[in-house]
Design a protein around this ligand. Structure first.
Ligand code: ARG
Length: 590
């Protein structure tokens, strides 16, 4: 059990009578009372329950804090930490050196590094990446891909059953253009050489033409309708496009070390769409409107809180979710509804997470409300994220003004990483250097993404993300390399499970952070924020470097050396595990 949980548990019987009294008075009582201290100068953990309960219980917060503290001091748990009362009634806990040491031995011996496995494991479908086939997978998709992969790994590590589903856009209007263009001017040999490039050429050329020329637009639409009606030629071309695109995507996913359990794209739900609309009509949720079929407000919410209402020029109007157009065609919303029904039936998940751009938030609000009206069991969550910006604070573009393609961003990052490594370690050559450059370059892109709060728009900067000294992947990777080199230089057996003694200030700091991996990791899932793990790893790496400067390892001996080596080994383990959960690889040298 983590120290945080131990403190929490020790307080439970003491707080029970107070909490009960407060609850009887109708006060909402919190479920957790202890948290990591905001300011480590006064303690490692803190509890502010006295301040919450004092008023309803008509006591002074300081007196209440004092009596809670006295009661705790009288229990056997008092050896865990020294208690002090601060300010208007904060209880501060300074964990004793012995408790940290004791906890470290637990962490070092545990397969999950002290992380408690979910008592009530959930089945979670994670819908992420989901690029649109035959369109470029652009740098915006990187956010979904990287955040989704990391959240999936973390949820699995915490003991949940995760199903990763790549809901690719493989049935959209882009196929009308591709089909039309394919028949007119496909370059077979270009397609053989680089399929994605050729498909992209066709798509880009004809999506422009469609904007300029209504005749082309109509022709493309016609191809799409033929495809949707099952025309054999069009279906064959579509299938080939799909295969080629999947191969191209898989190359990127391999490079990113991202994988899926399923690739159930939009086309998979095609046959279910008419029944989906019928069901919504039967349940009274959808009705006809101007020839189309749509879901309207239930009228139960205030306009301001109703996602099926919108204020236009000061007037509230309907803002329905369209599920079938007047020409009979189904759309993104219909498919997402069908997808929801399928997932529920197939996997009975407890939760479904949609890792999708925040610009789609209205779509998901409406989808989730429909699910609620249908009494759907799974908890649905839109894990939204912001935009990647260029130096000019506008959406990130290449010099020629296009949205950069993911593959070329990765190539450039790897190339730049290669230069950084060449400067730092000219001895590293050839294939070895290339491998390290790949890990550092890809790691840098991923860490830049994962260390941001997902909802913030961030500025893409090569220099910042590849800096060896900074809040970057290379800094973390370098920390792993530094520990590797200690063991290489040691050139002797050592005991990773040796008793760890925390004598120096820097050792206590490092030891305490190692214990807190198990406390911080579960918090990632509270609000789906992998950046909490990223920030934790930076704290850990910084504490390691301070330790390494203050406490000689190779030049020490006896028990001190054994203890410090064990501390290094555990740091290595936690860093590697944390990086793996962020899907970042660490080299042995760099
Ligand atoms: N293909 C969509 C896009 O690129 C994302 C799909 C997300 N998943 C979903 N179930 N709607 O915008």
């Amino acid at each position: 059990m983590t120290l945080l949980s131990q403190l929490q548990q020790a307080l439970e019987p003491i707080l029970a009578p107070y909490l009960e009294q407060a609850a009887q008075l109708g006060v909402k009582v919190p479920h957790t009372w202890v948290s990591e201290a905001a300011d480590k100068r006064f303690g490692d953990y803190q509890c502010n329950i006295a301040m919450i309960l004092a008023k309803p219980l008509k006591q002074s917060p300081r007196d209440l804090g004092q009596s809670i503290m006295d009661e705790l001091n009288a229990t056997s748990m008092s050896g865990l930490a020294e208690l002090s009362l601060a300010g208007p009634g904060f209880i501060n806990f300074s964990v004793t050196r012995q408790s940290w040491e004791q906890q470290l031995s637990v962490v070092a011996a545990d397969e999950y590094l002290g992380v408690e496995q979910a008592v009530d494991p959930k089945t979670i479908v994670v819908d992420f990446s989901a690029p649109n086939v035959a369109k470029p997978m652009h740098v915006g998709h990187i956010r979904s891909t990287i955040i989704g992969e990391s959240l999936s790994r973390i949820a699995s590590y915490l003991g949940h059953n995760v199903i990763k589903d790549n809901h690719i856009g493989d049935w959209g209007t882009q196929f009308g253009m591709i089909l039309y263009a394919w028949k007119l001017e496909l370059n077979e040999s270009a397609l053989e050489q680089d399929p994605i490039k050729e498909l992209l050429r066709l798509y880009q050329k004809y999506s422009l033409l469609c904007k300029e020329d209504e005749v082309v637009l109509a022709a493309c639409k016609e191809e799409l309708v033929k495809l949707q009606q099952g025309d054999t030629d069009n279906l064959a071309i579509w299938k080939r496009c799909l295969e080629l695109s999947k191969q191209g995507l898989n190359q990127i996913y391999d490079r990113l070390d991202v994988s899926f359990d399923y690739w159930l794209g939009e086309s998979f739900y095609n046959d279910e769409l008419p029944a989906t609309v019928e069901l919504l009509v039967d349940k009274g949720l959808a009705r006809q409107s101007e020839g189309a079929m749509a879901v309207f407000s239930s009228g139960e919410k205030k306009d301001e809180q109703d996602c099926f209402r919108i204020n236009k020029d000061g007037v509230w109007q309907d803002n329905p979710m369209l599920i079938q157009k007047s020409d009979g065609a189904y759309n993104y919303a219909t498919t997402d509804l069908a997808t929801l029904f399928y997932r529920d039936e197939q996997w009975s998940p407890d939760e479904i997470w949609y890792v999708v751009d925040s610009r789609q938030s209205l779509h998901f609000k409406q989808l989730f409300e429909i699910a609620q009206r249908l009494d759907f069991k799974p908890k649905l969550k839109h894990i939204a994220f912001g935009t990647i910006l260029g130096q000019d604070k506008k959406p990130f573009k290449t010099r020629s003004g296009e949205t950069p393609q993911l593959a070329s961003v990765l190539d450039e990052s790897v190339e730049r990483a290669g230069q950084v490594i060449a400067d730092k370690n000219p001895g590293l050559q050839g294939q070895q250097r290339d491998e390290v450059a790949e890990m550092v370059g890809i790691g840098a892109v991923k860490f830049t993404e994962l260390s941001q709060h997902r909802l913030t728009d961030y500025i893409f900067s090569w220099d910042k993300m590849l800096a060896l000294q900074g809040d970057t992947a290379p800094y973390l990777q370098y920390s792993v390399v530094r520990i590797e080199s200690i063991f290489r230089k040691l050139d002797a057996e050592y005991d990773a499970q040796a008793v760890i003694q925390l004598n120096e200030e820097a050792e206590i700091r490092l030891g305490s952070i190692l214990c807190q991996f198990a406390e911080r990791l579960p918090q990632v899932l509270d609000d789906h924020r992998p950046n909490l793990l990223a920030l934790y790893l930076l704290d850990l790496a910084k504490a390691f470097h301070s330790f390494f400067e203050a406490c000689p390892v190779l030049k020490s001996d006896g028990e001190t050396q054994a203890s410090r080596l064990a501390l290094c080994a555990l740091t290595q383990k936690v860093l590697n595990q944390g990086l793996e959960l962020l899907s970042i690889k660490a080299p042995k040298r760099m």
